[in-house]
Design a protein around this ligand. Structure first.
Ligand code: PLP
Length: 373
């Protein structure tokens, strides 16, 4: 049986957004201006407003947003950056590219960096003053505790919000505690462009100004380069497409993800499948719907779903400190990442994109409930 219930369904998305996307492309084409212009500015204003953070800077991708964010907070070569072992590789790669030394602790049961372990480590190692937490799967990390950590240790925090745009925890939305929030508009993300794009958000005008220079070779005035920047400019066409066709749909798409998640949480009832329930006060945005199954049954479960036409994903099958590229660079494993390793071998993501039909959600639920390992 061909896979029909996908992890992401870009063709269905296209049917929904085709008209405003084509209009946006037409407008940019006719404007004769293709990089860093009025569309990018309008996109930045709209994204900042959506997020409730004062300023946004559009960049080429999420990894660059993290790197630029760390550089704006004056990370110096060789300084330690506390982070999670379980994320897209880009999180750690950005820290390394910014000159930092990643320091890994373990994660909690929802895959978020363990903030209790962070506190213990910060108490005994005064050289760590940077933190990059990841709101993995669309679950916010415990935001009130993040806020306390930032205050207690005068931390510089770049929140990796690539999977969590719009998520919140009690009174905090993701990205509102760190000096910088970084996000990705890679097509699979909840707000995905039609290509690569990213953004960083901040309430600080100096950080905004520095980020705008860094994304454009470090240029502070025409042909004047204050520091060594990147080429991380955002295209007008991507900004216009997101602005006109995608950002206006984000709230509705998020609601749909939440409705699907609510059905899965209520209706998947199989002792061999462990669901991740949100903590009280959490408003996740369900970038993914992760469940865990016994390690040695995971392939069989994937096959069972594939037999019913359902595509799944693993997020992520290998933890970052175990990646070959990390063995050659300076890093620290401050706490043995036992939980991260368990998730790497037991986690499997069910489809949860906003273009699933009710019948498809029913099929996923039925396949889960009839599985006997
Ligand atoms: C996608 C992602 C990134 C990287 O974003 P790109 O736009 O692909 O560079 C970073 N962190 C997390 C958690 C992600 O999911």
């Amino acid at each position: 049986m061909p896979l029909t219930i996908l992890q992401n369904d870009f063709k269905r998305q296209w049917e929904q957004v085709r008209a405003p996307v084509l209009a946006a492309v037409e407008r940019v084409g006719a404007s004769g201006w293709y990089i860093l212009g009025r569309e990018v500015e309008a996109f930045e204003t709209a994204l900042a407003e959506f997020w409730g953070i004062a300023r946004a800077v559009g960049v080429a991708n999420g990894m660059d947003a993290l790197e630029i964010g760390l550089r704006c907070l004056n990370l110096q070569r060789g300084q330690k950056v506390l982070t999670t072992p379980l994320s897209a590789f880009a999180t750690t790669l950005a820290i390394l590219r910014a000159g930092g030394v990643p320091v890994f602790v373990d994660v909690d049961d929802r895959g978020a960096v363990d903030l209790r372990q962070c506190r213990e480590l910060l108490e005994r190692d005064e050289t760590i003053r940077f933190l990059v937490p990841v709101h993995l799967y669309g679950f916010p990390v415990p935001m009130a505790e993040l806020q306390r950590l930032k205050e207690d240790f005068a931390l510089s925090v770049v929140e990796d919000c690539a999977q969590a745009i719009g998520a919140s925890d009690t009174q905090f939305s993701v990205g509102s505690v760190g000096q910088v929030a970084a996000t990705s508009l890679y097509p699979t993300k909840n707000l995905g462009a039609f290509g690569d794009a990213g953004a960083l958000l901040t309430n600080d005008a100096d950080i905004q100004g520095r980020a705008k220079a860094l994304r454009n070779y470090g240029q502070t005035a025409l042909y004047r380069h204050a520091e060594l920047g990147l080429n991380s400019r955002l295209d007008e066409v991507h900004a216009a497409i997101v602005l006109d066709a995608l950002l206006p749909m984000l709230q509705a798409w998020t609601e749909t993800r939440r409705e699907i998640a609510a059905r899965y949480l209520e209706q998947i009832q199989n002792q061999s499948i462990t669901l991740m329930q949100p903590r009280l006060g959490m408003e996740p945005v369900w970038h993914l719907f992760p469940v865990t199954v016994p390690e040695r049954k995971r392939e069989a479960f994937r096959e069972h779903l594939r037999g019913g036409g359902v595509a799944t994903g693993f997020h992520y099958p290998q933890i970052i400190p175990d990646q070959p590229a990390i063995s050659g660079v300076a890093h620290e494993i401050a706490v043995e990442p036992v939980n991260a390793r368990r998730l790497a071998s037991c986690e499997i993501s069910l489809p949860i994109h906003p273009f699933l039909t009710d019948a498809e959600v029913d099929s996923v639920i039925a396949l889960c409930n009839e599985w006997s390992p």
